[in-house]
Design a protein around this ligand. Structure first.
Ligand SMILES: Cc1ncc(COP(=O)(O)O)c(C=O)c1O
Length: 319
């Protein structure tokens, strides 16, 4: 007898997913989807358009000023780590002047653990604000703790993953904007995204981390973050307080990234090395080994098509 499954762990990861999600995933593995921004061919450009369309939908959902402020990642943990490490770890601070981060006792490990590691390594000082017995933080207490010149950020959850209390994010954002404008407001929106209305501009949020696999009903390993312009990088090519923790891919035209490598020379050198490797030199005096003759009877040797070297193997056999 088959028993029906009653799934109650949706705050951890949602199920069932929307039928359109399954359909899109199937299409993505059955058809060539291309690599967004990595090629000029039609399929790659189509992938770029699909990514941009996703950014536009997310930006609309949270009232971000532009889809360019949306960065995609594997989920809230990845986004929060990128934001916290990019802000604190990669920012040298004068000796004896550790930046302060205000957080709460309600945090998920995605906020708590990176902060604890940074504190243990002497990189920041954590101020943990308590909650009321019914699970709410007091906006006044958060803003008062942040109104100190050493404070770099407030990093906190929008909605507790344990007791489900939605925090007064708009009041905190407004308070920070008025009394501690130098402080970045980093919000963990894992539980709130798609479940509660979010307006990053009205809430004065600088970083909003979100998961795709919870209330957004997407597949596991998806998510991203909104990052305000003042927090990350300015359009004039200068960095904001959050530095990138990863380089590569098609990263844009920001100072300290691709221009520093002088691409043409760098690429020429690599190409030269690559060609040298493909034509190994025979040590002087060593006789040329005679080619093994192809068998005259029986099946011809088969190309190793499954290992992806069919082109090389077929050349060898027809030589
Ligand atoms: C409040 C909160 N923050 C962060 C996370 C981590 O999210 P992800 O699985 O997308 O890394 C979760 C996941 O349960 C969460 O509930």
């Amino acid at each position: 007898m088959q028993t029906e499954l009653t799934y109650l762990d949706n705050a951890s990861t949602s199920w069932p997913k929307a039928p359109s999600v399954a359909q899109a995933m199937l299409e993505a593995v059955q058809n060539p989807v291309g690599n967004p921004g990595r090629g000029q061919h039609r399929i790659s450009r189509h992938a770029g358009e699909a990514t941009q369309c996703l950014r536009e939908s997310v930006a609309k959902l949270i009232n971000a000023p532009s889809p360019d402020r949306i960065s995609l990642s594997s989920g809230s943990t990845a986004s929060l780590n990128m934001a916290l490490l990019g802000l604190l770890w990669l920012h040298p601070h004068p000796k004896g002047k550790r930046p302060r981060v205000v957080t709460t006792v309600l945090e998920h490990n995605a906020v708590r653990r990176p902060l604890k590691h940074l504190e243990r390594d002497g990189i920041c000082e954590i101020v943990e604000v308590r909650s009321s017995p019914d699970g709410f933080v007091d906006p006044e207490e958060i803003v008062a703790a942040a109104a100190d010149e050493r404070c770099a950020a407030v990093a906190m959850t929008m909605c507790s993953n344990v007791i489900g209390t939605a925090q007064p994010i708009e009041a905190i954002g407004r308070g920070l904007h008025a009394r501690a404008p130098h402080v970045l407001f980093i919000a963990d929106g894992a539980q709130a995204m798609s479940a509660l209305p979010i307006d990053v501009q009205a809430m004065h949020i600088d970083v909003l981390a979100f998961s795709g696999h919870k209330a957004m009903l997407g597949p596991g390993g998806t998510g991203g973050m909104y990052v305000s312009e003042r927090a990350y990088a300015n359009t004039d090519g200068t960095w904001g307080p959050i530095r990138p923790t990863q380089f590569g891919g098609t990263g844009g035209t920001l100072a300290g990234s691709i221009e520093d490598f002088n691409p043409p020379r760098h690429a020429r050198r690599l190409r030269g090395r690559h060609l040298q490797r493909r034509r190994p030199r025979r040590p002087p005096g060593r006789p040329v080994r005679p080619r093994r003759p192809l068998p005259t009877r029986g099946p011809r040797p088969r190309a190793a098509a499954s290992s992806g070297c069919s082109l090389i193997a077929s050349r060898a056999t027809s030589a």
